[in-house]
Every structure is written in structure tokens, then in C-alpha cells.
Design a protein around this ligand. Structure first.
Ligand code: NAP
Length: 252
């Protein structure tokens, strides 16, 4: 492992896709900021595993859906001497599967605050620190969207799907806005991945139920998404910006 002397921030890195991404970035030599909201034990476990494997990481509890939380998160990063050069806007939520006729403004707002506002605010703070126009050394951002942005998730969570549509648009616009400032911005649309998020939707076994409809006939593992995210963050993707990569086992 080559120590890159740079920080990679992964929001929502205590569990699922974020945890897998944090571990892989640490293997690649980044000092990883493991952000989480409430599961401190899980975040500490990710940091412990990274350190046991010779990597470097630190956990920061911060709710990225608020200005306050994002300020706490980036203040913690700023106490480190190393520059921030990678951001994975991964933290995301959904609620119980219901039809649109039963949605409330309160629920829709919660989803938008976490999935959309959180991604915007973290991108804003990352750009301030990465932009070559502001004295930064450039960097790369990956926004974690979802195949739901295209399917619309009818009968399950159209609110969540719409939030991911907004994340896709963030990727397209921000990529062009900061391309000349040394920052690449790309997105990824995972499909049906084995994580805890499906239990939040009220159906822990959702991936198994839907597997026969996936061309590859199986759900994905968090590590498979993490590898695609790390490709987009890496120099192997040096001429790629504004792209959104599907990691869906063939679902379009
Ligand atoms: P997960 O297993 O439920 O993990 C969610 C992570 O986000 C946890 O680390 C959680 O922290 C964190 N988090 C949630 N709200 C937060 C907030 N306000 N501030 C800070 N951290 C917060 O989810 P996942 O399945 O890995 O999903 C990761 C991303 O992939 C999400 O954006 C999701 O929409 C997207 N995605 C997932 C799938 C899938 O099939 N799994 C498919 C498409 C897209 P705590 O542990 O502290 O609660």
C-alpha cells in the first residue's frame, strides 16, 4: 500500500456500500474519513478493520442532512494536516414501501434532506477544499444514485427514486461547473445490493425476491459497487467526468 497523504471522505461509511468503499480506499492508501449518523459501533468496527490491515481512518458522527452536521464533519477533516481529495456522497435513506397516495410532506422532506441536500452540502464543502482555483490540489467526487432514478420505484418509494433523480442532475451540472478546477464528478447507480437498506423499506429479503428479474440472476455485493466507485475516483478514470455508471447486474 502506498500512503497517498490525502483524505477520502465517505459519507454513511459505517455500513453497506459506504463501509465497503471506505475499506477499499484505505487499501489504496487514502486516510479515510468514516462518516456515520448513529451506529457508532459499526463505524468504529470499520476504522478498526482498516487499522488492523495497516491503513489509516477516523470516524466522524455527523448528520449530513443539515448545515450543522456538515459543518461538524468538515471541521473534523480540517483538523487533519492532509488535504481532502476524494468525496463519496454515499449516505442515503428510504422509508417503508408505500404508494404515492399515502406519502406525506414530512416523509418526502426527510428523504430529500438526506439524499439531496446532504449530497449538495458535502459537495459544496469538498469543492471549496479541492478546487485548484481556491488553492486546492483538485480531486474527484462520486455521487451514489440508484437504478431507482430511472425505474421510479412505483409502489415502493417514488420519493426516494425522485431524490436519486436529483442526485443524477447534481452530477451532470457540478461536473461541468468544476471540470476546469481540477475536479471530476461522476455518479453510480447501484441496483439491488445486499445491505440493510431494504429492511428500512420493510422488506429485508427484497433482493432475493427480485433476483429472478435481474439479468445476472442475483443481487450485488457492496464490494462490487465499491470497486466501481473506486474506479471512478481513480486516475484510471482521468478523462471521465459527468458520467453515471450503472452497477445493476444488467437492469436498465
Ligand atoms: P445502508 O446499509 O442502509 O447504510 C446507510 C449508511 O448511511 C449508514 O452508514 C448510515 O449511518 C448512513 N446515513 C444515513 N443517513 C445519514 C445521515 N443523515 N448522515 C450521515 N450518515 C447517514 O445503505 P446502503 O444500501 O449501503 O446504501 C448506500 C447508498 O447506496 C445510499 O445512497 C443508497 O440510496 C444507495 N443505493 C443502495 C442500493 C441497495 O440496493 N443497497 C441500491 C441503490 C442505491 P448509520 O449506520 O449511523 O445509521
Amino acid at each position: 500500500m502506498t500512503n497517498k497523504q490525502e483524505i477520502a471522505l465517505v459519507t454513511g461509511a459505517s455500513r453497506g456500500i459506504g463501509a465497503a468503499t471506505a475499506k477499499l480506499l484505505a487499501e489504496q492508501g487514502y486516510t479515510v474519513c468514516v462518516n456515520y449518523q448513529s451506529h457508532a459501533d459499526a463505524a468504529d468496527e470499520v476504522v478498526k478493520e482498516i487499522e488492523e490491515n495497516g491503513g489509516s481512518a477516523f470516524a466522524v458522527k455527523a448528520d449530513i442532512s443539515t448545515e450543522e452536521g456538515v459543518a461538524i464533519l468538515f471541521a473534523a477533516i480540517d483538523t487533519k494536516v492532509l488535504p481532502l481529495t476524494r468525496l463519496v456522497n454515499n449516505a442515503g435513506i428510504l422509508f417503508t414501501q408505500i404508494k404515492l397516495v399515502d406519502l406525506t410532506a414530512e416523509r418526502i422532506n426527510k428523504v430529500l434532506m438526506a439524499n439531496v441536500i446532504g449530497s449538495f452540502l458535502c459537495a459544496r464543502e469538498a469543492v471549496k477544499r479541492m478546487s485548484t482555483e481556491r488553492g486546492g490540489k483538485g480531486g474527484a467526487i462520486v455521487n451514489v444514485s440508484s437504478g431507482a432514478s430511472r425505474s421510479g420505484s412505483p409502489g415502493e418509494y417514488v420519493d426516494y427514486a425522485a431524490s436519486k433523480g436529483a442526485v443524477d442532475t447534481l452530477t451532470i451540472g457540478l461536473a461541468k461547473e468544476v471540470a476546469a478546477e481540477g475536479i471530476r464528478v461522476n455518479g453510480i447507480r447501484p441496483g439491488f445490493i445486499h445491505t440493510d437498506i431494504h429492511a428500512d423499506g420493510g422488506e429485508p429479503d427484497r433482493v432475493a425476491r427480485l433476483s429472478p428479474r435481474i439479468p445476472m440472476q442475483r443481487g450485488g455485493e457492496p464490494e462490487e459497487v465499491a470497486r466501481a466507485i473506486c474506479f471512478l475516483l481513480s486516475e484510471d478514470a482521468s478523462y471521465t467526468t459527468g458520467s453515471i455508471l450503472d452497477a445493476t447486474g444488467g437492469v436498465v
